[in-house]
Write a protein that binds this ligand. Structure first.
Ligand code: DC
Length: 230
């Protein structure tokens, strides 16, 4: 069973995807981490971010590994665990170059499909999972929230990670990423017609998971609602 969750930055989809996967006891794939690890590899290589051919070369050669589980995802680049480093502001501000490069997207979408085939079942989250990567997914969700709410969530995540940022800068970064996500020529962020929309502005994670599980159950995709034993 492939379940896709798409939505803009800070909509809460990573937390929701991780928790939904844990409840269903299947792995989850954070596809944003793939775009981020290529971004970090390009930063480390001192690549010119305006040069798509150079970025593609970095993407093709990047020696990264994703360790996927129902409660965690760890990413290594070469010999280094870069899971935390991927969330830095430096990476945040450069991902758009990677996400806007059609050949890199093709490479990553192919890898995502391979992972889906290998695992059989997973919750996968990103911007184009229901629209491009898995158009035949068993269930599709689209998560959104008010932009100020999303910026506030990102700000608190960054502060918790020890970054020195102010809320206004994070808001501007989220506004900018929304714009580039929605306006890019290849695989722009959009809600797939057959996706269930959930606005998380005034919902807690538990409520969102309950809605999703209820939906999967009502569609006969799961025989019963799994207990929350976390
Ligand atoms: O979800 P995130 O913030 O970790 O995503 C990081 C970047 O990668 C962001 O600029 C959007 C982009 N992205 C994408 O274009 N397609 C995806 N499937 C996932 C992320």
């Amino acid at each position: 069973m492939i379940i896709t969750i798409d939505g803009p930055a800070g909509s809460g989809k990573s937390t929701v995807a991780r928790k939904l996967a844990a409840r269903l006891r299947i792995p989850y794939l954070d596809t944003g981490a793939m775009y981020r690890v290529i971004t970090l590899a390009a930063i480390n290589a001192g690549a010119n971010f305006e040069d798509e051919a150079e970025l593609l070369d970095v993407a093709q050669k990047a020696d990264y590994r994703l360790d996927l589980g129902p409660t965690h995802i760890r990413v290594t680049l070469g010999d280094h665990d870069v899971t935390e480093a991927l969330r830095s502001m430096r990476v945040n501000t450069h991902t758009r170059f990677i996400a806007g490069a059609p050949k890199i997207r093709e490479l990553l979408v192919n890898r995502q499909r391979e992972i889906g085939r290998e695992l059989g079942s997973m919750v996968t989250e990103g911007r184009d999972q229901g629209s491009v990567a898995f158009p035949d997914a068993d269930a599709k969700f689209y998560i959104d929230a008010d932009i100020r709410q999303r910026a506030r969530r990102r700000y608190h995540e960054l502060v918790a990670d020890g970054e020195e940022v102010d809320e206004e800068t994070v808001l501007q970064n989220v506004v900018e990423r929304d714009r580039t996500d929605r306006e890019r020529a290849v695989a722009p962020l959009r809600r797939p017609d057959d996706a269930v929309s959930i606005d998380t502005s005034h919902l807690g994670v538990t409520d969102v998971i309950a809605i999703m599980l209820w939906h999967l159950h009502s569609r006969g995709l799961i025989a019963q609602i799994p207990a929350d034993d976390q």
